[in-house]
Write a new protein. Structure first.
Length: 261
C-alpha cells in the first residue's frame, strides 16, 4: 500500500495513493482506517512529509564507501562504526517533496545531498529483538539529509549544518509492501545522475539499529530512522535535487537562496 499525507482545509490528512489518485481516509497507517470522500487528483493535493515523527533518529556513516571517501579527503578521525548508534535531527527541518531547500543567506558554499532510506516505526518498541523490529516497521520513505559541510567542520555541534529549516526533505510517500534492502538509491541534480548505490549495502541494517535503540529508548508509531548514505553530491541554488529509491518513488526539491527582504 502507498500512503501520502496532504494538507486538507481542516489540517493534515492521510490518503491512499492509487496511480494518479489519492483516496482520503479517516485514520492513518498506524491505526484502523476507512475511505472518506471522493478520490482526488494526486497532482492537485499539497503533499506534506508522510509522517510527523515524535523522535527523528538518524544513522551516520552507515556505508563503508562513505567512510572510505571521508578518509580520502583527509578526515582522519572518521572510523567505521562498530555498533549501531544514532544521532538526532530537528523535526522543524522537515519539508515535503516539491518544497524548496533554502540555502541560508550567510552560507556561500555548495550544500551536499545525502539520499537516504527512511524506516517508519509502526508500533511502540522497547527491548525488541531484530525480528520484532522487522515486524515493527510499518513502511518506508525517502530522505535527503542536506548538509552544510563548512558549518559541520566549524561548529561544535550539527545544529545548523544539518538542521536549518528545509534541510530535511522527506517523502513523497510511505510505502508498506516493499523490500528496500534490495533497492537502488539514485541521486540526480538537474536530471543528471550524480550518485547511485545499492540501498541495502549498509554496515548495519534498519532492524539492527531499531533493536539497539530500543534497549534504551522507546520508539513510538511515526518515529523515523534515516539510514545514512553512500555518496554526497553538491548542489547550489537554482538546482533541483532528486532522490529516487526503486519501489519508493522520487523525492524532488528545488533549491533557492534565502530571501531576507
Amino acid at each position: 500500500m502507498i500512503w501520502c499525507r496532504y494538507r486538507d482545509v481542516e489540517g493534515p490528512r492521510f490518503a491512499i495513493v492509487d496511480g494518479e489518485k489519492a483516496q482520503p481516509v479517516v485514520g492513518s497507517p498506524f491505526s484502523s482506517h476507512y475511505e472518506s470522500g471522493d478520490p482526488l487528483p494526486l497532482s492537485d493535493v499539497e503533499l506534506l512529509p508522510p509522517v510527523e515523527p515524535r523522535t527523528f533518529f538518524c544513522a551516520g556513516l552507515n556505508y563503508r564507501a562513505h567512510v572510505e571517501r571521508a578518509l580520502e579527503h583527509g578526515h582522519t578521525s572518521v572510523v567505521a562504526p562498530e555498533r549501531p548508534e544514532v544521532g538526532y535531527r530537528a523535526n522543524s527541518a522537515l519539508v515535503a517533496s516539491g518544497s524548496p531547500i533554502v540555502r541560508p543567506a550567510d552560507y556561500p558554499y555548495p550544500l551536499e545531498a545525502e539520499g537516504e532510506l527512511v524506516a517508519v516505526v509502526g508500533r511502540p518498541l522497547r527491548h525488541c529483538s531484530v525480528d520484532d523490529a522487522r515486524a515493527g516497521v510499518v513502511g518506508w520513505t525517502i530522505g535527503n539529509d542536506v548538509s552544510a559541510r563548512w558549518w559541520q567542520r566549524s561548529d561544535r555541534t550539527l545544529w545548523r549544518a544539518k538542521n536549518c529549516d528545509s534541510f530535511k526533505p522527506m517523502g513523497p510517500f510511505l510505502v508498506t509492501d516493499v523490500d528496500p534492502m534490495a533497492s537502488t538509491t539514485t541521486v540526480r541534480v538537474n536530471g543528471e545522475e550524480r550518485a547511485s548505490f545499492a540501498t541495502g549495502d549498509m554496515i548495519f541494517d534498519p532492524f539492527q539499529y531499531i533493536s539497539e535503540v530500543s534497549r534504551y529508548i522507546t520508539l513510538s508509531p511515526g518515529d523515523v530512522l534515516w539510514m545514512g548514505t553512500d555518496e554526497t553530491p553538491p548542489f547550489v541554488p537554482g538546482d533541483t535535487v532528486e532522490v529516487s529509491i526503486s519501489g519508493l518513488g522520487t523525492l524532488s526539491n528545488p533549491v533557492v537562496e534565502e530571501d531576507q527582504t
